[in-house]
Write a protein that binds this ligand. Structure first.
Ligand SMILES: Cc1cc2nc3c(=O)[nH]c(=O)nc-3n(C[C@H](O)[C@H](O)[C@H](O)COP(=O)(O)OP(=O)(O)OC[C@H]3O[C@@H](n4cnc5c(N)ncnc54)[C@H](O)[C@@H]3O)c2cc1C
Length: 476
């Protein structure tokens, strides 16, 4: 695509800025169009409501960010972000019981989303190679069914409307993208879309962790058990860059959520284990509860559209958005940016190059899509409108296999390694069907089931934890 000169990225969020950074390597000029004013610091903004809730960046995404922005991971860690080794630095009650804390194979970066966004944004925009149009709204695409040649924009302060030409337009405008509408205005047939909606909602408060606990106490995750055929309730306590704990309680449709501060602790008591409740009852709340209806797993299939227009790509949540409990959105967007880089490097501006780039970008969302969607369809009250054959027919057999894996993974180190590679998007999901993995499932040593959270005496002392948290439930 070497003769492409100007690229426009629609949306200055995580996916948009990573894509813009990649475009700037290959094109003469790049413009990012963003409705908000992007803060000059780790602050919240209207267009990123999810930033009030916990975010983890899996090691697969972190490695891509590091390759695009060398030194970035150390900068995040030096500024306070926690590197949480899976599963050494995490205490998890999975659907199948307490996870043994095996030596870490992968990790996740834990920090607030405004901090992560700002650190990465500051670095990307600091190169001076990207023009940013803030307080500017995308109205529609310019061009025809064969080729997109630009966008029509509206200045949100003055109201002026203008067209901006581009050789390549990338839609990274998030879950609320109007791409389907824009394409139909260009007389293209409707894009196919899959939706799997378990009705996920999040409620979050930030707490001051007890002294020493933000750095010395493990991250905590208490998950629901989808096999119980009842609405799921989840809770996490994740350390943040500023010595706080971010506590998110979440649920599937029908479980309700605390919307008032006074309801937060009682709700935490209803999780499958009281560990989260015990921790927050020892910590000072710093914020009121923030609630978000998160939205469905939703995936578009641009690669299936026979006449995909030249000069247009879609990535990030605009292409596929997942139940955030699995923590895949940021890493999937990073993988899309890496795929875009590979395509821009390799394919030149030959006819069909955009279509091939879109195929490569769409391919990287398949694993996070199927991981989230296949788990979520199991929850009661889940609403699915999907043609994905993997989500219908044979579901029960697949679920039995995945339950078997989940059961082994919490007690077998080698099985856990492979599963963590897959969950972190480091290895493909197909790895779980490989003969190597199947033989591990049979051969590896299986440790006894844990009947309580695996916390050390030093960790318990750090938070002065009372005994009920350490003599808890087993699995289901
Ligand atoms: C509650 C919650 C928790 C999550 N937790 C995790 C997690 O732990 N780990 C993880 O990896 N992912 C997580 N995610 C997913 C993650 O937040 C998203 O995948 C990620 O933000 C997607 O980035 P994006 O740039 O595609 O979209 P967005 O971040 O939504 O950015 C889109 C941008 O486009 C702008 N925009 C939109 N429309 C227009 C318009 N018409 N004109 C101009 N600008 C426009 C918006 O202002 C915004 O800046 C979570 C999501 C939610 C909702």
């Amino acid at each position: 695509m070497t003769e492409r000169k100007h690229g426009i990225v629609l949306g200055g969020g995580w996916a948009g800025l990573l894509a813009a950074h990649v475009l700037a390597r290959h094109l003469e000029s790049v413009t990012v169009v963003e409705r908000d004013v992007l803060p000059d610091g780790p602050r919240h903004r209207k267009g990123s409501p999810q930033a009030r809730h916990v975010h983890v960046l899996w090691s697969s995404g972190a490695r891509i960010v590091e390759s695009l922005l060398p030194g970035m991971v150390d900068r995040l860690l030096d500024a306070g972000a926690r590197r949480v080794g899976f599963h050494q630095d995490l205490v998890t009650l999975t659907s199948h019981g307490w996870q043994h804390r095996f030596p870490p194979r992968q990790y996740a970066i834990m920090c607030t989303r405004p901090f992560l966004d700002w650190m990465v944004r500051d670095r990307i925009l600091g190169t001076g190679r990207i023009a940013l149009r803030q307080r500017t709204e995308i109205l529609d695409l310019v061009g025809d069914a064969k080729r997109v040649t630009g966008v029509r924009l509206r200045d949100m302060d003055g109201g002026a409307v203008e067209s901006l030409e581009a050789d390549l337009v990338i839609d990274a405008s998030g879950r609320g993208s109007r791409l389907r509408h824009w394409l139909s205005a260009l007389s293209l047939p409707p894009l196919e879309e899959d939706v799997v909606d378990a009705g996920i909602a999040y409620a979050t408060r930030v707490y001051q962790a007890p002294p020493g606990a933000a750095a010395g106490f493990p991250a905590v995750n208490v998950a629901a058990d989808h096999r119980l055929r009842e609405p799921g309730r989840f809770g996490v306590v994740y350390p943040q860059e500023d010595g706080t704990w971010m506590v998110t309680l979440s649920c599937t449709r029908g479980a309700g959520l605390p919307t008032q501060d006074g309801d937060f602790l009682p709700y935490a008591e209803t999780l499958r284990h009281p560990l989260v409740a015990d921790l927050i009852s020892r910590a000072e709340p710093l914020t009121s509860v923030a609630v978000s209806r998160v939205g469905a797993n939703r995936r578009l299939y641009p690669e299936r559209l026979e006449g995909w227009p030249e000069g247009l790509l879609v990535l990030g949540d605009a292409l596929a958005a997942f139940n955030p409990i699995y923590g895949h959105g940021l890493s999937a967007a990073a993988r899309a940016a890496a795929a875009l880089d590979g395509e821009l490097r390799g394919s030149g501006g030959a006819p069909g190059a955009t279509r091939r780039a879109q195929q490569a970008i769409s391919a990287v969302v398949d694993d996070p899509w199927i991981m989230a969607a296949s788990k979520d369809v199991e929850y009661v009250n889940c609403r699915a409108n999907t043609t994905d054959p993997r989500l219908s027919g044979g579901v029960a057999a697949r679920q039995r296999f995945s339950d078997l894996i989940a059961d082994r993974s919490i007690r077998s180190s080698a099985v856990c390694d492979v599963v963590t590679d897959v969950i972190s998007l480091t290895a493909p999901q197909s790895e779980l069907a490989s003969s190597r993995f199947l033989s591990l499932m049979h051969k590896d040593q299986v440790l006894p089931e844990l009947t309580a959270p695996p916390l050390t005496p030093d960790e318990l002392a750090l938070v002065d934890l009372n005994p009920r948290s350490t003599v808890g439930v087993g699995g289901s």
